[in-house]
Design a protein around this ligand. Sequence first.
Ligand code: HEM
Length: 487
Amino acid sequence: MSVIEQLISTFSSDPTTVCIFVAVFIVVLLWRRRSSGGRLPPGPPSYPIVGSYLSLRGTANPFEGFEPLAEKYGDVMFLKFFRAPMLVLSGYETVHEALVKNADMFSDRPDFTATVKLFKDYGDGIVWNNGASWRELRKFALQGMREIGVGRQGVEEKIQEEVTLFVASLAKEEGQPIEFKRRAMKATNNVISSVVFGRRFEYDDPKMSELLKFLDDLFKPQPALANLANLFPWLAVLPPVKKVQNEGLERIVPVLDFIRDRISERQETFDKDIIRDFVDLYHAKRRDNADESVFRGAETTATSLTWHVLYMLHYPDVQKKCQLEIDREVGRGRPVTLADKASLPYTEATVMEVLRMSNTGVLALPHALNQGGEFRGYTLPPATMVMVNLRSVHMQPDKWDKPEVFNPQRFIGPDGHVTRPPAFMPFGLGPRSCTGEMLAKQELFLFFANLLQRFHLKPATPELTSLKGVMGLVNSPQPFEVKFVAR
Ligand code: HEM
């Protein structure tokens, strides 16, 4: 009888031996996990194939499970998402120590091989790029934004033009129930289009509908099989996995092609002495780069603006206070501009409080320790994905007085001016923080203040939609309708 046959016969005749064998096997696995190349941070148990997934089960989105686990295991928590090693950072001190004090170590993005390969055909984007190429592109994007006037009058005029047309389009349906998010998407896409390509689209232009359809497809949650293929690249040999993976990647292609077409359109009228927008800058610096991240930024801004509307339905007193401030300081005879911001501290503070509580970019974008590294005495293996829980910082009781209460006043100092506490980080922190922060803040303020100047925001249904978000690529409000009633 072979050794294997002997083992099988012993096991089948003695269930106690089977139990002992299984128990020893699990203990050895757990021990191996703890002892593999140094001390790992605490975290839930991890098993072969599924990793720590069993501990995240039962939540609508596995990532929602991070918070109860972090309460148990702490602000530096290690787990395995299936096969992938993952570090989850929570709380201001930890997040700051990682993203600012240890920025060199924590500023990579994970190497999602399939996605990254696709982008290479279109030039490197910023979001999923690493190393020298990412640094150069990021610098170029930030410099470019400054050169074309983000934060100055040039871009404000483009936003203001869009705000006026947006307000006018809502006024045509005054008092009717409106599904806001899709409308907002058209407006924020147009701001991006004006800044980047120097042109906007009419709200009923088929090109705009085409772009929205591409973006809808792109932002649909990925099927579980596609996520699995990213974690286990070898699974792509199986035809069903390959199929969903290809479908996912193909959804990005039309967006990138759309951008390429706009870039080509601009090339025909390019004059190196007149830089009109971002694409002209690209041409002037001889770059050919279709980066879809700008439209991701438009989606995030539209989502955030939608949160602002939903919060105003929940907090009509705050809405009224903003309106009174706008009436008093600006009046109703002309649009609100950025120059008015300093005299509208309550309105600005309301925008900030919605950003703090709604947490559109709740887990930032994944960071990575592609080479591994040491943090707080722990040794992290190479290819560790890092999830940064920004909501944990925005809800930290020792940083915010009654963090669960919606209170714009918390952002106004004793001198009546707006203050920005260090634990306020809706755009992330450190070298990977949002490159669109300045533009997004201008847009949010101008759209929000001008909507409140012109309309009362009223719920379209007797029951208010809950403030609990739906987690996809970003944290979005549940769909709802709103009425814009003329003031
Ligand atoms: C309210 C609107 C927005 C919010 C809340 C937001 C938030 C964020 C957050 C949390 C991150 C991740 C930071 C990290 O990984 O640590 C990010 C990254 C990024 N955002 Fe935004 N964003 C917004 C609008 C925009 C806009 C309008 C643009 C473009 C014009 C933009 C472009 C980017 C880019 C390119 C990155 C990646 C930066 C990098 O990897 O170096 N975002 N954003």
